[in-house]
Design a protein around this ligand. Structure first.
Ligand code: ADP
Ligand code: ADP
Length: 219
């Protein structure tokens, strides 16, 4: 269980990005967070991902406080952020550099299979389409077997057809792994298509304006 308690974030320049954000996310739940530009969505994900510290409040997973990158929590950003000099295989395996070699190979292969790229391991990032590169970024997160996957507008740079395909992939991944997901998006249609629950944020400072239950979690 992921628990966010009264998170606030005021940046050094005085901008109040978050003004008290409280949310419990159940295991296996997909929560979409929507809201206009600048309402604190990326700030929220960076705090949950342990990439930045809140001004006050806490994030915890299974009762353990998160204040730096946590092995059970992984992020996918809007851009794939692949290392251009490494192959797809090595990008995906990067976080497992210290794992046993057989274990690493098995997990990289499984992660690439999950995003339907099992024959793309030898390619370099520049040899991929935008949708393929983003699938590699998803595989790179999945290979770490996160309990919580944070997705920061992961599909917004892609064309509508690719986006629809990746929605399908993401739901398949969810059924296979049962991962908890927090999806930040400004696309209401995407939020409704994927999430169990949609959180609507209001800006200055970012907080929860409304919460809409879309579907039961048993599906
Ligand atoms: P969103 O993801 O919803 O667009 P952000 O979390 O990126 O919102 O930003 C929330 C607010 O915080 C905005 O006003 C933004 O300009 C500001 N902000 C974001 N990052 C920083 C930063 N590193 N330093 C100062 N202000 C920031
Ligand atoms: P998509 O399958 O996402 O629609 P594209 O239409 O962009 O991808 O690409 C079609 C095919 O061309 C894909 O198999 C892709 O791997 C390949 N491809 C795309 N860009 C490049 C590139 N820069 N170098 C090599 N192959 C590429």
């Amino acid at each position: 269980m992921l628990s966010l308690k009264a998170l606030t974030k005021t940046y050094a320049n005085g901008v109040k990005a978050l003004g008290g954000f409280t949310l419990d996310v159940a295991p296996g739940e997909i929560v979409a967070v929507i809201g206009g530009s600048g309402c604190g969505k990326s700030t929220l994900l960076r705090l949950i991902g342990g990439l930045d510290q809140p001004t006050s409040g806490t994030t915890s997973i299974n009762g353990e406080i998160v204040n730096r990158p946590h092995p059970l929590i992984n992020l996918v950003f809007q851009e794939p952020r692949l290392l251009p000099w490494l192959t797809v295989h090595d990008n995906v395996g990067f976080g497992l550099a210290h794992a046993d070699r057989d274990e690493r190979e098995t997990r990289v292969r499984a992660a690439l299979q999950r995003v339907h790229l099992k024959d793309y391991g030898h390619r370099l990032p520049k040899e991929l389409s935008g949708g393929q590169a983003q699938r590699v970024a998803i595989a790179r997160a999945l290979v770490m077997r996160p309990e919580v996957l944070l997705l920061d507008e992961p599909f917004s740079a892609l064309d509508a057809l690719t986006r629809a395909t990746l929605h399908r992939h993401l739901l398949d991944i969810w059924s296979e792994t049962g991962a908890t997901m927090i999806l930040v998006t400004h696309d209401l249609e995407e939020a409704v298509a994927l999430a169990h629950r949609v959180i609507v944020m209001q800006p200055w400072p970012g907080r929860i304006l409304d919460e809409i239950i879309i579907r039961r979690r048993s599906t």
